[in-house]
Design a protein around this ligand. Structure first.
Ligand SMILES: [Zn+2]
Ligand SMILES: [Zn+2]
Ligand SMILES: [Zn+2]
Ligand SMILES: [Zn+2]
Ligand SMILES: [Zn+2]
Ligand SMILES: [Zn+2]
Length: 217
């Protein structure tokens, strides 16, 4: 009788499907069910091959579905994963808590190499840059900081600069998560039009995945 061995922990499974289940439970490998005509494939966690696969086959890392075009993947992410970290697959209750997670540098896939401090710094720079480059976000950022945020200058730590503002209440915030938290709150009473948020979220998600892939080379 044929058996399937996990090459990471050497546990033996009775079938390919059982091996996939084993890898999902024990995280020996990342399973992508969309590969091999949906028979599934095992990938080394955090390997550049895996990130390359996500990029090249337009894969949703959460659902393991392969899409034909980057646009189709975008649409899927917008519809299904608005509050989901595409790095570590954690799901957050709100948009602001997801952004706070990215700002903290604690997302495992982004900090495993760089270290937490560096990840925190570069994530904040990336998030600022994404927000400032996103045309639909101009109204939420003070004009005098657009340029600085796009060039990735250091405007987040200890300077007390508050580049984000609520266009309705006029309150300002140091970090994007602060602004989003305010908008989600009753006090503001304003619901950010979901479209600009979505645009920014997919932008950030894609940017961070591409960045991780590049870092691994
Ligand atoms: Zn194993
Ligand atoms: Zn795949
Ligand atoms: Zn998905
Ligand atoms: Zn994460
Ligand atoms: Zn900084
Ligand atoms: Zn407000």
């Amino acid at each position: 009788m044929r058996s399937w061995v996990c090459t990471r922990c050497y546990s033996v499974s009775g079938s390919w499907e059982e091996l996939l289940l084993h890898c999902r439970l024990h995280r020996c490998f990342v399973v992508c069910q969309g590969c091999n005509f949906k028979a599934g494939q095992l990938w080394i966690p955090n390997s550049w091959e895996y990130f390359w696969h996500l990029q090249r086959c337009h894969v949703c890392a959460v659902c393991e579905i392969h899409f034909d075009t980057p646009e189709a993947l975008d649409k899927h992410i917008l519809e299904e994963h608005l509050n989901e970290c595409l790095g570590c697959k954690k799901i957050f209750a709100t948009c602001s808590s997801l952004i706070a997670h990215l700002e903290s540098g604690q997302c495992t896939t982004q900090s495993f190499r760089a270290g937490r401090e560096a990840a925190q710094h570069s994530n904040r720079v990336i998030i600022n840059r994404c927000a400032a480059s996103c045309r639909r976000w101009q109204q939420f950022i003070k004009e005098e900081f657009h340029g600085l945020m796009i060039t990735g200058c250091h405007i987040d730590s200890g300077t007390g600069i508050r580049p984000y503002k609520c266009p309705k209440c006029g309150w300002d915030y140091r970090h994007l998560s602060g602004l989003l938290k305010h908008v989600e709150d009753q006090v503001c009473g304003q619901r950010l039009d979901r479209n600009p948020i979505r645009a920014l979220m997919t932008y950030i998600a894609h940017r961070s995945l591409v960045r991780v892939a590049k870092q691994l080379y």
